[in-house]
Write a protein that binds this ligand. Sequence first.
Ligand code: SF4
Ligand code: SF4
Length: 280
Amino acid sequence: MRRAPVNKIIAFSNVDGPGNRTSIFFQGCPFNCLFCHNPETIHMCVSCGACVALCPAGALSVGENGAVKWDDQRCVSCDACIRACPHDASPRIRWMTVDDVMREVRRSAPYIDGVTTSGGECTQQYAFLIELFAEVRKLGKTCLVDSNGSFDFEADPRLLEVCDGVMLDVKAVEPAWHEQLVGHSRDIVLKNLDFLLRVGKLQEVRSLIFPGRDHDNEATVRYVAGKIGDACDYKIIRYRPFGVRETCQRLLGEDTTDEAYAEGYARLAREIGAKKAFVV
Ligand code: SF4
Ligand code: SF4
């Protein structure tokens, strides 16, 4: 039976799409964003063992096959393992089947509007998502994908057939700036922006605004706003250095994007036609 690495499940969330939703975070991401606030979700644990002795609760051990094991009953969620991991990974992963996940979704079902899958990058588990969403839909709930845009939605449209919409990151559009921020080309992201718009599956778009990057910020906002118009929400996200890796703070600085500065870009987006642009 198919299993996927689940980093965590939040039974009730009101920040992962419209209404009250169960959010499922999968482990693993093909991007490596400088400003990632959850870098422990980027890579899979390689069982190097560096975190095992640091666990104050005895929740980590090395199995006979050399793999690091996590005991969720003992874990006190102190995050010492995550802080110590040199691989941007976490030992606190559950390899779950669709039935396992649905057991948790059913518990919250009476109180939620739907399910949102996130990460990491949840589309890395797209075959799992297709099976999961089919089950969620049987409960009459909506299914949203929170994506960094690295998955080619057009090349394999089966996921969109069972999904109500995609919350898409378009972090930047200037090619060099995108590569520096994310470690990958922007091309697939922009292709997805066009395709999801065309098929009416764009739930929202999010872009990052950085202090002092006037040219790059404006290029991103002009591009996205010119594309989406009032088709969906456009979230202008302020860069916040709290919780990011040291390399990020060295390269991007320690200043949070000023609210008034970000609001200027939201205003610009609305003037261009993205009527549902706002700062978060
Ligand atoms: S978060 Fe859990 S597994 Fe990790 S060090 Fe703390 S108690 Fe141990
Ligand atoms: S979580 Fe990180 S530090 Fe711990 S065993 Fe895995 S790779 Fe090593």
